[in-house]
Design a binder for this molecule. Structure first.
Ligand SMILES: *Cc1c(COP(=O)(O)O)cnc(C)c1O
Length: 365
């Protein structure tokens, strides 16, 4: 079946799903990324054949040849989004078409086949439907969806593979912050960069994360929560965190975030923040922010708040900044007023408690 045709999903229910009692116990404290639902979606791709064998089946290990291309040359991309329970027992997704479009863009950069956005969204809907009992019902919980694709061709030559596997797994998640939102401290990496011009920084690929782990470990060693990367050319301008975009809030009501020049992941939360802030009367600007200005403006008080944003934590205040030569606080190390209000506004839209003026929330069940 070629890329343009509609794919039918063959549904093979898990013959031995987790019992209701065990599921309830797991959902009581799921944490993040360690509990998984009963099913997964898989779709195969082969050159000349297109996308085929779309399935909803029991979640299980994926047999792989040791020469599968992904194990050697890292042709892999992924996405991440959350499914939310509505008050009446339905399920919604937040801007799944945006994830679908980004998945296409990532595929292009990694020389992989493009999954049609409608198939991407339908694959999410299929998984959420069969595993709907795994969507947490509490106010803070969600079902994290992880679509991904990798090169499955058995071949050691260096070129784009001609066979791929696309899959979606799902993992119930509890509140990201237990006991209230706490500002994080970030480590400005002196040695490592995340993405260079012309590289893969704008693609959501596993390789970017592999390259960021040593810097993240350095951040932890320095007593910080997350690493923040500076640009790879001048080591002057702030790019983003390992998996979150960053915003600066100034005393003249301006909100600034680094521009999408190819070295930054175009976050969907980032885009929503830009939209909501502009609507609430803030000036918003996408322009470079140097680390020197970050430090000087925090000292002068001109810079009031800094926060990171991404699907997992939504919006996280950044209260402290550490680097090899010193450290400083932003906003006295406390969560900023604007940061927290924006966080509440976005969470309320995502959970159907506030009006969704942009058609961001999509009901799938
Ligand atoms: C996924 C990701 C983000 C956040 O994107 P969202 O669409 O908001 O979840 C930011 N930076 C990196 C490096 C990412 O991988």
């Amino acid at each position: 079946m070629s890329g343009g045709d509609k794919l039918d999903f063959e549904i093979r229910p898990n013959p031995a799903p987790v019992s209701a009692a065990d599921r309830a116990a797991l959902l009581a404290n799921p944490g993040f990324g360690r509990v998984f639902t009963d099913h997964m979606v898989t779709i195969r791709y082969a050159d000349g054949k297109g996308w085929y064998d779309a399935r909803v089946e029991a979640r299980a290990p994926i047999p792989m040849d040791p020469a599968a291309a992904v194990l050697h040359y890292a042709q892999e991309i992924f996405e991440g989004l959350k499914a939310y329970r509505t008050g009446d027992g339905g399920v919604t997704l937040f801007r799944p078409e945006a994830n679908a479009a980004r998945f296409v863009a990532s595929a292009r950069r990694l020389a992989m086949p493009e999954l049609p956005p409608a198939t991407f969204v339908e694959s999410l809907r299929q998984l959420v439907e069969i595993d709907r009992d795994w969507v947490p019902e509490d106010d803070d919980g969600s079902l994290y969806l992880r679509p991904f694709m990798f090169a499955s061709e058995v071949f050691l030559g260096v070129r784009p593979a001609n066979e791929y596997l696309y899959a979606v797994i799902a993992s119930p998640a509890g509140a990201y912050f237990t006991g209230g939102v706490k500002p994080i401290t970030v480590w400005v990496s002196p040695d490592y960069t995340r993405a260079a011009p012309g590289g893969t920084g704008a693609a959501k690929c596993g390789g970017n994360y592999a390259a960021s782990l040593v810097a993240q470990a350095e951040a932890i060693e320095a007593g910080c929560d997350q690493v923040v990367f500076l640009d790879a050319v001048e080591r002057r301008f702030v790019d983003e965190l390992g998996g979150m975009n960053v915003f600066f809030v100034y005393d003249d009501n301006t909100l600034v975030t680094p521009p999408l020049t190819g070295t930054i992941l175009p976050g969907i939360t980032r885009d929503a923040v830009l939209t909501l802030a502009a609507e609430s009367g803030h000036r918003v600007a996408e322009r470079p922010v140097s680390f020197a200005d970050w430090q000087a403006d925090a000292a002068s008080g001109r810079l009031r708040e800094v926060f990171a944003c991404g699907t997992a934590a939504v919006i996280t205040p950044i209260g402290g900044v550490r680097f090899p030569d010193g450290e400083f606080l932003v906003g006295g190390g406390e969560p900023g007023r604007f940061t927290m209000a924006l966080r509440q506004q976005l969470v309320d839209i995502q959970r159907g408690r506030a009006e969704d003026r942009h058609g961001w929330v999509q009901r799938v069940l």
